[in-house]
Write a protein that binds this ligand. Structure first.
Ligand code: DQA
Length: 146
């Protein structure tokens, strides 16, 4: 059976495609999931792609991934800037996390320059639009291959 990675998406990412397309692009989350699926197949991984608007659900999914996945790509949305609970959840699991954002959070408002996830992530990709998911997944697969 192919090793599994979780791709977890936080609040408001269900609105991709119609949400501030000048910042986040025109692809929907379904489009992005399909692109991730294609890459995963070529790399020999299975993906479990999910989105929630609720912080505690993300915490639950991180715990679940700790048992069920070899790695996690996480777009925490705005919770990435605020959530100590997400940082603690990642600290509690032994699975590498690659943080990702579509937009370049460092080129935006000051409150987006902070990430609670980054200190406990293997690394962070941001600023490449939907391609951030591909780049983050490639980095995650490279980590998990070794
Ligand atoms: C985001 C960046 C966050 O600052 C924002 O709150 C989001 C999306 C991104 O993918 O660029 O919801 O995570």
């Amino acid at each position: 059976m192919a090793p599994k990675v979780f791709i977890l998406n936080g609040p408001n990412l269900n609105a991709l495609g119609k949400r501030e397309p000048g910042i986040y692009g025109g692809k929907t989350l379904k489009d992005i999931e399909a692109d991730c699926q294609t890459l995963a197949e070529t790399r020999g991984y299975e993906i479990d792609f999910r989105q929630t608007n609720h912080e505690g659900v993300l915490v639950d999914w991180l715990h679940e991934a700790g048992d069920a996945a070899v790695g996690i790509a996480l777009n925490p949305g705005a919770y990435g800037h605020t959530s100590i609970a997400l940082q603690d959840a990642i600290r509690a699991i032994g699975v590498p996390v690659v943080e990702l954002h579509l937009s370049n959070i460092h080129a935006r408002e000051a409150f987006r320059h902070v990430s609670m996830v980054a200190p406990v992530a293997a690394g962070m990709i941001c600023g490449f639009g939907a391609n951030s998911y591909q780049l983050a997944l490639r980095a995650l697969f490279d980590i998990c291959d070794n």
